[in-house]
Design a protein around this ligand. Structure first.
Ligand code: 5GP
Length: 210
């Protein structure tokens, strides 16, 4: 059983470019949540800081961590490995700190399946439209059109996982999306009703898949 003193786990997943990483950083800063720092075999981007954005590692070291069963979850995403080590997560939760995860649908599913004793709330972040997503991805990886195309193709597949999450939120205006996530977390923690509109989300997903 989870103790009331334990922290809670909050997962944010999304198709690439929906703005989830910004939301995670905002939640961490404003709400004092601990961000779970993942290991990855992907090369660092220019603006990324080792040990803050990711623990950048090679395939051999990553496989070692797998063999030693250090991961709470891990997955292959866009040809690279990404994983969350269990110990720092558990340490924070046991100290009463809330932990926020920026991970893909495979990792979210694995954590759900583990049925840990801590409360878990999962969010799937969607863009307002495919056009907005394309623009966001193009701005981020301007130099690499191939990556943008690859991620747009992946988008349609990733969207299909929305049903496995507790809540789907649309990141149009960042501030509004952030407030919605905070309100939903509060309603879960305080066991109060919220205005979550599943029908609206179903329609939005339909539009994205056209
Ligand atoms: P990026 O390379 O753009 O930083 O991340 C690519 C994808 O990998 C994103 O959807 C991100 O959420 C996901 N990701 C990052 N860290 C992890 C992790 O530890 N586990 C899993 N399963 N996915 C992760």
């Amino acid at each position: 059983m989870s103790s009331t003193k334990d922290g809670i786990m909050i997962i944010l997943s999304s198709p690439s470019g929906a703005g989830k990483t910004t939301l995670v950083k905002l939640l961490a800063k404003t709400k004092n949540y601990q961000i779970s720092i993942s290991h990855t075999t992907r090369k660092p981007r220019e603006n990324e800081i080792k040990g803050k954005d990711y623990f950048f590692t090679n395939k051999k070291d990553f496989k070692n961590l797998i063999n030693k069963e250090k991961f709470l979850e891990y997955a292959k995403v866009f040809n690279n490995f990404y994983g969350t080590t269990l110990k720092p997560v558990q340490d924070n939760l046991n100290k009463g700190k809330n932990v926020i995860f920026d991970i893909d649908w495979q990792g979210a599913q694995q954590i759900k399946n583990k049925k840990l004793k801590y409360k878990l709330i999962t969010f799937f972040v969607l863009p307002p439209s495919k056009e907005v997503l394309f623009n966001r991805l193009s701005n981020r990886d301007m130099k690499d059109k191939v990556i943008v195309e690859e991620r747009m193709k992946q988008f349609k597949k990733d969207v299909l996982h929305w049903q496995n999450y507790d809540y789907v939120v649309i990141n149009d205006v960042l501030e509004n999306c952030f407030k919605e996530i905070c309100a939903l977390i509060d309603s879960e923690v305080n066991k109060t009703k919220n205005g979550y509109n599943l029908k609206f989300i179903e329609n939005h997903v339909k539009k994205l898949l056209v």
